[in-house]
Design a protein around this ligand. Structure first.
Ligand SMILES: *Cc1c(COP(=O)(O)O)cnc(C)c1O
Length: 383
């Protein structure tokens, strides 16, 4: 087998609290934008954007989700043990150096795979020839994403070859937007036009059993013309817009809250320094709290001296460098702080200064990266 279960350790004192209610509400909000009959594909790649793939699939498998999408065959095998009737789609394209066993495993499990080259198609059909296995294939049409799609000019030949072989089934045709999250949607609409033209020129719309899909979260929310037969939502399933939105048409609620224990108090005097590199010098006598979490758990080192963490309903600033497994926070003026209590380092509240939008801004990145960095050894607690 290409996949073995990891004999993995857990940091049970670090909690990623997962709100099943918010998760299901987000799916329903997104589905309310699509026409009845449009399938919903929940994207659960990257350990469900850091939320815990098994936990998320377990919640969503009874919540009107038709597909789960992952990046690799390994993730597909990881979640297949918990899905109900849902189909699993793998975004990574198959390629000629995939072990033949991978191809057979995909066919046998009914995984929907992505194909982007004629050589790979030949490789696959040779592996499967003479067997009873049938592999479901989707073709990603290059309309402007500039990543791994097939040129529209070459796609039809590929489709004909897929349909010629007894061992391959054309299950889907799709494309992916490069800029659907931006305010200016002109490029995204040009991609959509290119995709529509390809479908029309080759009479591919409304074919039985063929799933046409294009929309990621942003396009699902902002481009109803891009919904086709299925939408593929990742980030918004977890309660975030691709980027913070003014007056959003739907209400999304963050699903994950990351908490760590406060394990020690440290009193320091004015003039004393804190942590590696002495990047913080106390301007007054202070009380610091040592929190048992660091960059090895997904709390970025660039939050040193800038990020806030939530202690009860107050916010405390990170003081000095974020270490591998520890941070210090300024609790001098915070009432009722108790040793052993949990503090929130990644909040699930809309306007929190430590939700994924706020932390992404500090780290000069997008909320996706903040979320996916939450380490898999953090215990997921579903409530
Ligand atoms: C990751 C991914 C998505 C989901 O994107 P979001 O912006 O998180 O909704 C959809 N489609 C493809 C092909 C992807 O790789």
């Amino acid at each position: 087998m290409p996949y073995k279960h990891l004999n993995q350790y857990l940091r049970s004192d670090l909690h990623a609290c997962i709100s099943s209610e918010n998760l299901i509400s987000n799916v329903n909000q997104l589905k309310s934008l699509t026409k009845p009959g449009v399938k919903f594909c929940a994207v659960v790649k990257a350990n469900a954007y850091g939320h815990g793939a098994i936990e998320i699939v377990n919640i969503l498998k009874n919540a009107g989700v038709d597909f789960f999408a992952v990046a690799s065959i390994y993730e597909a095998l990881h979640i297949k043990t918990v899905v109900n009737s849902q189909q699993i789609m793998i975004f990574e394209p198959l390629y000629q150096h995939h072990d033949p066993e991978h191809i057979i495993t995909c066919a046998r499990n009914g995984f929907h795979c992505n194909i982007t080259s004629m050589e790979t198609l030949k490789y696959i059909t040779e592996i499967l020839r003479g067997s009873k296995e049938q592999l479901k294939l989707h073709i990603n049409i290059e309309t402007g994403m500039g990543r791994c799609g097939v040129d529209p000019d070459q796609a039809m030949e590929m489709i004909r070859n897929i349909e010629k072989s007894k061992n391959t089934i054309l299950a889907g045709i799709y494309t992916h937007f490069a800029t659907a999250d931006e305010d200016d949607l002109s490029y995204a609409y040009a991609q959509l036009e290119c995709f529509n033209k390809f479908l029309a020129d080759n009479q591919l719309s409304n074919r039985d059993g063929l799933i046409i899909h294009a929309a990621n979260s942003a396009a699902t929310i902002k481009m109803p013309q891009s919904h086709f037969d299925m939408v593929r939502c990742g980030i918004s399933t977890y309660g975030y817009f691709s980027r913070p939105q003014q007056n959003p048409p739907i209400t999304l609620m963050p699903v994950m809250k990351l908490q760590a224990p406060l394990v020690q108090f440290k009193r320091i005097k004015k003039g004393e320094s804190v942590s590696y590199g002495r990047s913080f010098i106390a301007k007054r006598d202070m009380i610091l709290g040592l929190v048992s979490l660091g960059y090895a758990d997904g709390y970025w080192r660039c939050f040193s001296n800038t990020a806030l963490i939530k202690v009860n309903s107050d916010f405390a600033k990170v003081t000095g460098r974020v270490c591998m497994d520890q941070i210090l926070v300024d609790v001098t003026d915070i009432p009722n702080v108790k040793l052993g209590q949990m503090v929130t380092v990644l909040d699930d509240q809309q306007d929190s200064p430590c939700n994924a939008y706020s932390l992404a801004e500090l780290a000069n990145t997008i909320c996706y990266e903040i979320l996916t960095c939450v380490h898999s050894h953090v215990k997921r607690i579903v409530y």
